[in-house]
Design a protein around this ligand. Structure first.
Ligand code: AMP
Length: 405
């Protein structure tokens, strides 16, 4: 049995989960969130499996102060001593071409991580702050890095290269990397478990950020996000694929800076931009039912974006065996799932409307005679991070029957 702390460090938030890992299953014993790091009114909230929640309001100037506080709370609740912690697993946003799997962090790895984080100018630094803080607070503990991009390192060249001059890739590393890899990996493993085979899967991670991935026999062969997580399908507030000349045109003709156009494409576009200010699908569904024409158009665009990618990936995979929905919208919105599946009858998808009303739980939502299965699988990136960390530090292979309690 090992206790593993999983960290997801953002620029102004830090999420953590404490797992107890056994040989064939694991339990989450604590879940925490630090909010408004580096801002006013910051706080830490930790909830427990067997203990009342702890909420502390205090200044949180940086990640090290946050983690010191988190470790203190854990020591006064579910751990007798911090030495009970076996390892810390970190979510890392980018592994570049260096990392096609999770790794134990040492000096060499850290150098490559620092190098790679330059590819994520907006959020890269925060991931590294989490690692540095733990190195300082718990210098002897093993740390593992789990990369959002690693799962997509199996993409073939024709899928990951852009049609730019080849030196842009060779010298400047500009290529499709893809993101949400830990989530796509988790749901495709779960789908293979449910179906009893690993085939041609299309996984739709539809959250505030969203991506679609083509998976053959457990390996990513193409994915909609690209060099950055702004590419691919339209998202909550990100624009997804647009004509590459548009940002240049706006800068030139509307006298906007690169930062302003960047903010517009990432924070003011997508469902939010198209609907006139609504990025949450629950609000959009209500507004569609009330006949709000902008909301209807935004949802139509969203569904159209997704079915176009599914059609393209069905071509890439020579047909599909299963379509998987995950993340906030994919897991919860029967409204969006139905709109997508209704356009995919030609692929052999038959949605079971009763089953589709289930939400937030693992379910097969296609009819028993549907040639292509449709699955809803709540994602669990933290579990993959805990499991990879456990496997790496214990240097042993996971038993097949491993399950989440
Ligand atoms: P995520 O980024 O995976 O946390 O997903 C967040 C998004 O999921 C929200 O912006 C909503 O659009 C969507 N969402 C969450 N809960 C529901 C729900 N019950 N019904 C429909 N959409 C939901």
């Amino acid at each position: 049995m090992e206790k593993i702390l999983v960290l997801n460090s953002g620029s102004s938030t830090l999420k953590c989960q404490l797992f107890t890992m056994y040989d064939d299953y694991c339990e989450v014993i604590a879940k925490g969130l630090a909010e408004r790091i580096g801002l006013s009114d910051s706080r830490i909230t930790i909830t427990f499996k067997d203990h009342p929640p702890v909420i502390r309001h205090l200044p949180l100037p940086d990640h090290e102060v946050v983690l010191k506080e988190v470790l203190d709370i854990l020591q006064h609740t579910v751990l007798h001593d911090i030495s009970e912690l076996s390892a810390v697993g970190h979510r890392l946003g980018h592994g570049g071409e260096f990392f096609n799997r999770s790794v134990i962090i040492d000096e060499q790895v850290m150098q490559k991580i620092n190098d790679t984080m330059e590819l994520l100018p907006l959020h890269g630094a925060a991931f590294v702050h989490g690692i540095n803080a733990i190195t300082h607070l718990l210098p002897k503990i093993s740390q593992v890095a789990v990369f959002d991009t690693a799962f997509h390192q199996t993409m073939p060249k024709e899928a990951y290269l852009y049609s730019l001059p080849s030196e842009q890739y060779e010298k400047h590393r500009i290529r499709r990397y893809g993101f949400h890899g830990t989530s796509h990996r988790y749901v495709s493993e779960m789908a293979a478990d449910i179906l009893g085979f690993n085939g041609r899967f299309i996984s739709c991670h539809l959250g505030n950020g969203a991506s679609v991935t083509a998976i053959r026999d457990g390996q990513s062969v193409d994915t909609s996000m690209g060099f950055t997580p702004a590419a691919g399908i339209m998202m909550g507030t990100r624009c997804g694929d647009i004509d590459p000349y548009i940002p240049l045109y706006i800068m030139k003709h509307q006298n906007k800076t690169a930062d302003e156009v960047n903010a517009m494409m990432n924070k003011e576009s997508g469902l939010f931009g198209a609907s006139g200010g609504f990025s949450d699908v629950r609000d959009l569904e209500k507004r569609c039912l009330q006949g709000d024409s902008k909301a209807i158009t935004a949802v139509d665009m969203y569904v159209y974006n997704i079915i176009k990618y599914i059609g393209a990936y069905a071509a890439v995979l020579d047909g599909i065996d299963a379509l998987i929905f995950t993340a906030g919208i994919g897991e919860n919105s029967s409204f969006i799932r139905k709109k997508i599946c209704d356009r995919l009858g030609y692929l052999g998808i038959k949605l079971d409307e009763n089953a589709n009303h289930r939400r937030g739980e693992r379910a097969v939502v296609s009819t028993p005679d549907s040639p292509v299965k449709v699955l809803v699988i709540p994602t669990n990136e933290e579990y993959i991070i805990a499991r990879d960390t456990y496997d790496l530090i214990a240097n042993r292979r996971r038993k097949k029957s491993f399950r989440v309690a």
